[in-house]
Design a protein around this ligand. Sequence first.
Ligand code: AMP
Length: 171
Amino acid sequence: MTSIQDYIRDIPNFPKPGIIFKDITPLLADAAAIQQCANDLYDIVEDKNIDKVVGIEARGFFFGTLLAEKLNAGFVPVRKPNKLPYKTVSEGYALEYGTDALEIHVDAITKGERVLIHDDVLATGGTANAVCNLIERLGGEIVQCNFLIELEFLKGKDKISKYPVASLLKY
Ligand code: AMP
């Protein structure tokens, strides 16, 4: 088959001027591509002794759950504020303009559990860094931050340099 890269569609100026949005829906729509991508993401997890895969809302849920299944691990969603129904821990982070927050259920990670964090895109790293803080606060051990796409020119890796980072495609 052709490469995974061929299934990522660039959408210029979405959601705002100057951003090139990496659209993964063509990849999700193709049976062979989705399988290949899940296998490749699994292959870049160096230490496979994982208890929980944490996926970041919303596009981190797609391959996050597939990875959890492959790793024989549980899946935990991190969500935008007021979406999770049970008691949550919340972590704020800075955006270009203003702030946002992410939440996780208080009982989602047990102290000492080995965690893989997954999202579709690593851009500035603010999101991933907030999720790392949530996992640390619950006592989880971050084994890897795992991304489908890394936008290297935004240097997001620097914000999560304490942890191993792996991504399938780099731009
Ligand atoms: P950041 O916090 O800047 O690393 O942004 C990461 C989050 O924003 C991820 O959840 C991505 O899904 C989303 N994101 C940021 N930039 C892009 C992009 N160019 N294309 C698609 N998603 C993006």
